[in-house]
Design a protein around this ligand. Structure first.
Ligand SMILES: NC(=O)c1ccc[n+]([C@@H]2O[C@H](COP(=O)([O-])OP(=O)(O)OC[C@H]3O[C@@H](n4cnc5c(N)ncnc54)[C@H](O)[C@@H]3O)[C@@H](O)[C@H]2O)c1
Length: 328
């Protein structure tokens, strides 16, 4: 058992969310004192309920938009993982203004507080920053190709890019130790299908025997990364001095088309679900643009932290089906 003064204090913004709650758990297992700041907008109390009795865990219900609160919490810890955000294209398309403010102003607040109190910070950006470029697997310094500013779909990508630029600038101009991560599709228990996340949605449909709804023609491809692997990478990056001032793709390397993913889910569930294709416009409105291929070059991550996201897609899908059956 660690003495209290030996424990690192860590703030996880968005720590009641899907990835944040796994990160909080992993940090506690490593002997940290964890404070979570979350407004429970897409996060859930039940994601962290099992941690609440532990004296080394604290949930603060509040917003990263509350600068005084953020400053107060950052003052009391040693390092900050900033995950709080309006996440995913669906949410941004539905609630654009609030989402942009959360993602840009919220990140600025957390960087401001980290700078004020000289605390190391890791931020979670997204593969969405690469936009609709077809040139994957993407390297961290590749060009970004986006559609018109009138297409709300690109505002998530832009808000995350602004976060990255803010973080780089705090590092370069103000010397704040900052690590920037670009997460690709991350999957695992507790992820909600409600905001357009494809794998939990497919699994829910397959378990109910409903048609699996594929947006577009299903030829678009992605990589899916198990949340446990992502959390391990984030913690290693935070603890690697060479990662400061750098940006890293955090992803697995198993590419799959969305139609094949649907078939894999149906086969693993043993479901009688059929596949149903819906035009993007029907789901997201007129003029929606999708990205045909989004895969990651992860050499930089491997080089700097000596780690690969290694859980296979089959294993991940099996784990998720098991979890979904247990929590139905
Ligand atoms: N899940 C993925 O595949 C993925 C991919 C790329 C990037 N990311 C990034 O990872 C991070 C975590 O995403 P997630 O998948 O766990 O989503 P999530 O929605 O489960 O987590 C986001 C959390 O932030 C909280 N939050 C939102 N606005 C807030 C505010 N103003 N103040 C405090 N808390 C607030 C939500 O309640 C939620 O708990 C996000 O920054 C997201 O952009 C996720």
């Amino acid at each position: 058992m660690r003495a209290d003064h030996d424990r690192a204090g860590v703030l996880v913004t968005g720590g009641a969310g899907f990835i944040g709650s796994h990160l909080a758990e992993a940090l506690m297992e490593r002997g940290s004192n964890v404070v979570v700041l979350d407004d429970l907008s897409t996060g859930r109390y039940r994601n962290v309920r099992h941690l609440l009795d532990d004296p080394h865990f604290k949930l603060v219900e509040g917003s990263v938009l509350d600068l005084d609160l953020v400053r107060e919490l950052v003052a009391g810890v040693d390092e900050v993982y900033h995950l709080a955000a309006a996440v995913g294209v669906r949410l941004i398309v539905d609630r654009p203004l609030q989402s942009l403010i959360t993602n840009i102003k919220g990140t600025e607040n957390v960087l401001d507080a980290a700078h004020l109190h000289r605390k190391k910070i890791l931020i979670t950006s997204s593969s969405e920053v690469y936009g609709k470029s077809r040139n994957g697997p993407f390297k961290e310094d590749d060009d970004r190709i986006l559609g018109s500013t009138r297409k709300l779909r690109w505002s998530y990508s832009t808000s995350k890019a602004v976060d990255e630029i803010l973080a780089f600038t705090y590092y370069k101009e103000l010397g704040l130790p900052t690590v920037i991560t670009r997460l690709f599709n991350t999957v695992g228990p507790r992820q909600s299908g409600q905001y357009g996340m494809v794998l939990p949605r497919f699994i829910g449909q397959a378990l109910r025997g409903d048609a699996i709804t594929i947006y577009g023609d299903g030829t678009q491809s992605r990589v899916f990364t198990y949340v446990g692997d992502v959390v391990e990478a984030l913690i290693r990056l935070m603890n690697t001095p060479e990662a400061e001032g750098e940006v890293f793709n955090v992803a697995g390397d198993q590419e799959i088309t969305i139609a094949d993913l649907a078939r894999l889910v149906v086969a693993k569930v043993g479901s009688s679900s059929t596949l149903r294709y819906l035009p993007f416009e029907e789901v997201y409105g007129d003029g929606f643009e999708d990205t045909p291929r989004r895969t990651a070059d992860t050499h930089k991550l491997e080089q700097v932290i000596g780690y690969r996201c290694k859980t296979s897609l089959e294993e991940t899908v099996e784990l998720l089906i098991k979890h979904a059956r247990e929590t139905r």
